[in-house]
Write a protein that binds this ligand. Structure first.
Ligand SMILES: Cc1cc2nc3c(=O)[nH]c(=O)nc-3n(C[C@H](O)[C@H](O)[C@H](O)COP(=O)(O)OP(=O)(O)OC[C@H]3O[C@@H](n4cnc5c(N)ncnc54)[C@H](O)[C@@H]3O)c2cc1C
Length: 406
């Protein structure tokens, strides 16, 4: 079996290694000068390649049941044992798996050695300008006009995420040419941009918070974790987790807002009781700024005073408790309007892609026999935590195996 794989990222390499192990003759065509460059940037350079806690909730797609139908065929345990068999030690941080070296380059080195040992051909700095199904095989015309012929094609071209420019001839272009439906592609696992001028004054603050996302006033999802405030809006893992819904809300021109609870560990009643006790004990000559000391990060205390139109130097004797109550209640529900997300370049993944309704359980196109798909090009995006690479390993494995053996 001659198999042509377009894209030498995580899913393409996984497909290539799996197919070559089954005895297929495999060629990978990669646009960039080197294979699997993106992996070097993953997990802050450490590569969080899978996670020991994996649920349906961790994978998002318009097709229901991705976890049940696909991940279950090659799961986190298969990934871990595959890398161990290839000779890689593993570091487990609360279920988040990294190479023991804590260097993403280790994962790349391990995969590259397999590519070499299995005699997989890599054509780098090359890409197809056309891929056509002929009677018995596929014809791939490269940008150099060279023609290659394959029995099977696996499209593993990834998405726009992390890329500065959008190239011509993307995986979406090839998939569309074969008649596949593309679910709108938007940035995901990305920072969120807010309306309002107050962000400059709180930029740099990091704190635990609960974030609730509303689209057209409907609660869509809630996330808890370390929030990072930036001069343009909000970032951090909880923001990344809900950013795909923000992207779709904005794409569909809906009203998107979030509310932030800066004190999620206190219910409102307990919080107001604490503030009320402090108020009654307080020397009424202290300033409002002094009264707020001990609540939140100083920058946030000042922000809420400003939003409540209380001057920092005002003695609390000039304020009523009702006014204080109003301001501190705001700390548990600060509403901000969202104008969008950062661009693809800043995103870790894209949501959307080739519709999974047109893909078999073996990753084959339901429209074009012999055409397979793997990775982020498909309409599957994972939560932050190793789930996107797990999707790349799972889909690459299934595509490589079926292309070689079916
Ligand atoms: C900064 C960052 C950090 C991340 N961290 C993590 C993490 O810690 N854990 C995790 O699970 N996920 C992480 N991800 C996501 C993860 O890296 C991707 O989901 C995964 O790499 C997708 O694999 P893929 O094979 O589908 O696509 P890619 O890895 O993007 O590979 C696609 C390949 O196809 C090539 N290509 C594209 N078009 C063509 C063409 N026309 N012809 C030839 N070649 C082509 C590209 O150059 C690329 O090499 C991170 C992503 C980023 C950007």
């Amino acid at each position: 079996m001659k198999i042509g794989i377009i894209g030498a990222g995580a899913s393409g390499l996984m497909a290539a290694i799996t197919a070559a192990k089954q005895g297929s003759n495999v060629t990978i065509i990669e646009r960039k000068d080197r294979i699997c460059k993106k992996i070097l940037a993953t997990g802050n350079g450490k590569c969080n390649f899978t996670n020991k806690s994996m649920n349906a909730f961790d994978f998002r797609s318009q097709r229901q049941g991705v976890f049940r139908d696909y991940i279950s065929q090659f799961d986190e345990n298969d990934t871990i044992s595959m890398f161990q068999t290839m000779g890689m030690l593993i570091k487990d941080k609360n279920g988040y798996c990294y190479p023991r070296s804590e260097q993403a380059s280790t994962v790349l080195d391990i995969l590259r050695l397999q590519v070499k040992n299995l005699n997989i051909d890599v054509l780098s700095q090359s890409y197809p300008v056309s891929i056509q199904k002929k009677k018995k095989n596929f014809e791939v015309v490269l940008k150099t006009n060279e023609k290659l012929y394959f029995d099977r094609i696996i499209l593993a071209c990834g998405s726009f995420a992390g890329e500065k420019t959008k190239d011509d001839y993307t995986g979406y272009t090839y998939a569309k040419a074969f008649g596949h439906t593309i679910i709108p592609v938007v940035p995901a696992l990305v920072q969120v941009r807010a309306k309002g001028k107050e962000f400059k004054s709180i930029s740099g603050v990091r704190c635990d918070a609960n974030i609730s996302l509303y689209i057209n006033n409907k609660l869509i999802t809630e996330e808890f974790g370390e929030l990072q405030l930036t001069d343009y809006g909000i970032s951090g893992i909880p923001v990344f987790q809900l950013s795909r819904y923000v992207s779709y809300g904005i794409y569909e021109k809906k009203k998107v807002r979030v509310t932030i609870d800066f004190l999620p560990e206190y219910d409102l009643k307990t919080w107001l009781t604490f503030v009320s006790e402090k108020w009654h004990k307080a020397d009424k000559n202290i300033t409002s700024e002094e009264f707020f000391q001990g609540f939140l990060n100083k920058k946030l205390n000042l922000l809420f005073l400003k939003l409540g139109e209380i001057k920092v130097e005002t003695p609390i004797s000039q304020l009523t408790f009702t006014k204080i109550e109003q301001v501190v209640t705001h700390m548990k529900c600060w509403e901000i309007e969202i104008e969008g997300t950062n661009p693809y370049e800043n995103a870790q993944v894209c949501a959307g892609g080739v519709s999974m309704d047109e893909i078999t359980l073996e990753m084959e196109s339901k429209l074009v026999p012999g055409l397979y798909f793997a990775g982020e090009l498909l309409d599957v995006d994972g939560r932050c935590g190793g789930y996107n690479l797990q999707w790349a390993w799972t889909s690459g494995y299934l595509a490589g195996k079926a292309a070689a053996t079916k």
